[in-house]
Ligand binder design. Structure first.
Ligand SMILES: Nc1ncnc2c1ncn2[C@@H]1O[C@H](COP(=O)(O)OP(=O)(O)OP(=O)(O)O)[C@@H](O)[C@H]1O
Ligand SMILES: [Mg+2]
Length: 228
């Protein structure tokens, strides 16, 4: 069973006074349930744009994207947001956390958006922080945590909704090697435990080595890659 299928997906960006940039060009991709897919490729090749399309944050100019049985083009922006909030965990290179809030508040934000009751939010945020080894950081402000700890909070926030799909955009790109491998192990182990799927954009061969399938992106085109 597949959780994501893309057929002929193209995304162009207009540029004033210049021809448009084709960030994603005719991409076909199938992500099977319970698998980890790694996407590598040089800077500017369209990796972040592709993840944005899969997340329903961007709309393709051509092609069809099906996520968990929903043709994204048939959903409104609000419906895509609800699908994302309920089923898709996202981890960013830059962590995407709110620095002035506490770790527990950051992790429970997706639950607040999904209108989960406050008491249950706290319980689930604590469990997610425990899963990444940071239960003691529940009440700690993000700006008091190290980079590796921040990204573990980022992973906990992606896990807290019990996602079916996680999209991770160079999640270890801002970390040193030791922290990067720790965060990567946490993320991939959590995905495997849940039988969830992970689309992992990475420059890091150690990250790619944990994947079931490997793709290369170049100039917006996706091709089957050589395992690292
Ligand atoms: N919002 C935007 N408006 C205009 N052009 C954009 C926009 N987002 C991306 N692009 C262009 O689309 C192309 C692909 O960008 P994208 O960010 O997807 O690449 P990437 O593979 O994620 O790169 P990196 O490894 O540096 O993160 C680039 O040429 C970029 O300049
Ligand atoms: Mg990028």
């Amino acid at each position: 069973m597949s959780v994501i299928t893309c057929r002929g997906v193209t995304r162009r960006y207009a540029q004033p006074g210049m021809p448009p940039v084709t960030a994603v060009a005719g991409v076909d991709l199938t992500v099977e349930a319970g698998t980890i897919v790694a996407i590598e490729g040089p800077s500017g090749s369209g990796k972040t744009t592709l993840l944005g399309l899969l997340a329903g944050l961007e709309v393709p100019d051509e092609g069809v994207i099906d996520v968990l049985g929903h043709d994204l083009a048939r959903l409104s922006g609000a419906e895509r947001a609800r699908l994302r909030q309920a089923r898709i965990g996202i981890v960013f290179q830059s962590f995407g956390l709110i620095a002035s809030l506490r770790a527990g508040e950051n992790v429970s934000l997706p639950l607040a958006l999904a209108r989960v009751a406050p008491r249950e939010r706290d319980d689930r945020a604590k469990a997610a922080l425990e899963e990444v080894g940071l239960e003691s950081a529940f009440g700690t402000r993000i700006d008091e945590l190290s980079g590796g700890e921040r990204q573990r909070v980022g992973v906990a926030r992606a896990l807290v909704i019990d996602p079916i799909v996680i999209l991770a955009d160079e999640p270890t790109g801002s970390l040193d090697e030791a922290n990067a491998s720790g965060v990567l192990a946490l993320l991939t182990d959590a995905v495997r435990r849940r039988g969830a799927s992970l689309v992992l954009v990475t420059h890091d061969p150690a990250s790619a080595a944990r994947a079931d399938r490997h793709y290369m992106m170049r100039d917006g085109r996706l091709s089957i890659g050589v395992p690292a």
